[in-house]
Design a protein around this ligand. Sequence first.
Ligand SMILES: [Cu+2]
Length: 234
Amino acid sequence: MEEVFAYPAKWWNEAVIVWLVVAVVIYAVTAVPGLYFIMKYRFKPGEREIGDHERHGHWGLEALWTIVPTIIVLVLATYSFAVFKKQRTVPEGALTLKVTGFMWGWQVEYLDDEGNTVKTVVTSYNPTSYEAPEDQKIVVPAGKPIKVLLTSMDVIHAFYVMPAKIVEDAVPGRITYLWFQINKPGEYWVFCREFCGTGHSHMFAKLKVVPPEQFTAWLKGGTDLAKKTADKNI
Ligand SMILES: [Cu+2]
């Protein structure tokens, strides 16, 4: 069985396939006969002129093309709502981060079970490079659900966790949330995805996904994550 890379990315990818297949099939069963009928019933001089427009209804056909699309719409709506529900329901045992956007960076607070901040990472604006210093990387454990509480200090930003394909607005004076889980350790991008000013295009951060033991060590104050990571060569 193929290992799942990230949630909710997995469900989006599936949803795209489902919608694409339905759309292509509907296109085929409507457009292809459509083209055929355009040719078959096109106007020919002397044919079907005045008084020659009798219409015959067909109840079976009418019922078919009312019932079948209704079923398709209901199935897609139910399926899509189930995906939406999964994407909005944070799994048990999630690690909680409080992320505050500002022009132009992110302040990431790691909260314990009581909601106290145990560690803070602040990313900064870097107009000249796409590298991030080690102490500005947002470190999270692999294979664990991460809940992100979002807000903003100034204007509306949006926290986009690219590998997990999830985004949510960070609005001043309000707390929004999202959750994600990435199973494969590595370094990934987080972007601001709401145009928030001249520094917007550089409002990115590196998300560093590490094995859970390494994460625990890092959270306990170990600032030697860079060294450990290099030693283990991941
Ligand atoms: Cu922003």
